[in-house]
Each structure stands twice: as structure tokens, then as C-alpha cells.
Design a protein around this ligand. Structure first.
Ligand SMILES: [Zn+2]
Length: 238
């Protein structure tokens, strides 16, 4: 005795019908193809997974994207929670995305025969993850998030240079917000040069690693750890 069949579309009980059409919503089904109806005896069907990325998937993709862009906009490299959480989140999102793609492929034969299925495909949902991936990779390659955040903060940074040189910064080892950056220390680095430390981290080998910006109006230093941002401004790591 076969178990009861229920309509995928509306849940109507489909037993003892003369046609393979749901009398309630008009949806087609094939009594010999367990993927075209719901039944307690059918615990798995590709149809259930053959859907575009969900709202949760898209929301988490945005969380991932914003997290990466913020990390890329800092001088120096991300550490701690970001370094751990981002690859895990990326792994979950990629598995979910590829799983859906495989399910759509394996469900294609059924979906093609399913003449009554009128659900909109919402193709744009498939584009979110690839676009986020392109944004993250381009951020790694060109460091545009750093450039963007620096340029938005530049006026505030230059005001801080003027104040520092006039001795009006108060306690220069007190953390402060300069533009969009949290600066935990300002310091003189030779004649007319001002350093802004934005991160200080103790590495696994016990060494202290710092990163930040330097305002340097004189000739550019040719040390490897200076990277030019714009005339007179550098990203430094030490
Ligand atoms: Zn129905």
C-alpha cells in the first residue's frame, strides 16, 4: 500500500483522482515520479534544494562582503576574529551555492515536465555571490577599499597633522577617531613626519606588529615597508 500523496503547490491530498492534476490548485504530478508530489515515504527530493539562493544566503553574503571590505580598508592585515570567521563563512556560502546549482541540474528533467509550475525563477539571486566574489578579489588586488576609506578620511588626517605639529593634539597616545579610522597613537617620525598607528597586534611568535599611515612631506623613503597612497601619504607596517 503506497503512502498518501500530497500536492507540492498546496498540500491537497491527491489520492484516487482520475487525472494527474491537483483539483485544488491545478498543479500537475506524476504518480510514478516521487519528486513530483509530497509524501512521508519520500524523505529526499532534489526539487526541494533546486531553488535560487535564499534571503538568508543573500544576507550572509552581504555580511561577508562588508566584513571583507572593512578588513581590506585597514592598513596592515586582518587578524583575530576576522581572519577566522571570514573563511568559515565563505566555506558555508560556497557550499550552499554549489549545492543549489547541483540540485537545479539534477532536478532539471522533472522541472521541465512540470508544466504547471509557475514560480518565478528570480535569476538575480544567482548573481549576488559571484558579484560579491568579484568585489572581494578586486579589493585584494587593488586595495580599493583602503584607497576609498583613506580618501574619505584624508581631510581629518591632515587636520590632525596640523594640530600635532602645533602641539594641540593633547595626549597623543589616547585612542581617537580620525576620519573613518580609529587611531590609537600619533607620533613624530623625524622632521615634519607624523605617524598614525591604527593597529597593534602581538603575533604568534611573540613579535609586535603595527600598521598605520604616515604623513611625510619630504622625499619618499625607499624602504620596502612604505607604500605610497597619494603624494605625502604612505601606508606603513613595522
Ligand atoms: Zn495543489
Amino acid at each position: 500500500m503506497a503512502s498518501d500523496r500530497y500536492c507540492i503547490g498546496c498540500g491537497y491530498l491527491l489520492n484516487r483522482l482520475s487525472k494527474n492534476i491537483c483539483p485544488e490548485c491545478g498543479r500537475w504530478f506524476d504518480p510514478d515520479d516521487a519528486s513530483t508530489f509530497e509524501a512521508e515515504s519520500v524523505p529526499f527530493a532534489w526539487r526541494r534544494w533546486a531553488r535560487p539562493p535564499s534571503n538568508v544566503h543573500i544576507l550572509l553574503t552581504f555580511v561577508f562582503l562588508v566584513g571583507c571590505i572593512v578588513a581590506q580598508s585597514e592598513p596592515g592585515f586582518p587578524g583575530g576574529a576576522t581572519l577566522l570567521a571570514m573563511p568559515i563563512l565563505a566555506g558555508v556560502l560556497v557550499s550552499d551555492y554549489l549545492g543549489r546549482m547541483v540540485a537545479v541540474r539534477l532536478d532539471r528533467a522533472r522541472a521541465r515536465r512540470d508544466a504547471t509550475e509557475k514560480r518565478r525563477t528570480q535569476r538575480w539571486r544567482w548573481a549576488v555571490a559571484p558579484l560579491a566574489t568579484i568585489a572581494v578579489i578586486s579589493g585584494v588586488m587593488t586595495r580599493w577599499p583602503l584607497q576609498l576609506r583613506f580618501h574619505v578620511s584624508r581631510t581629518a588626517l591632515e587636520y590632525a597633522v596640523d594640530d600635532f605639529q602645533a602641539g594641540q593634539n593633547g595626549d597623543t597616545s589616547k585612542p581617537r577617531l580620525v576620519g573613518l579610522y580609529r587611531v590609537d597613537k600619533l607620533f613624530a617620525r623625524g622632521e615634519g613626519n607624523v605617524g598614525f598607528r591604527t593597529s597593534r597586534r602581538i603575533r604568534l611568535d611573540g613579535r609586535v606588529q603595527c600598521a598605520g599611515f604616515e604623513f611625510r612631506p619630504s622625499s619618499p623613503p625607499d624602504e620596502g615597508r612604505y607604500r605610497s597612497l597619494t603624494p605625502r601619504w604612505y601606508v606603513i607596517e613595522w
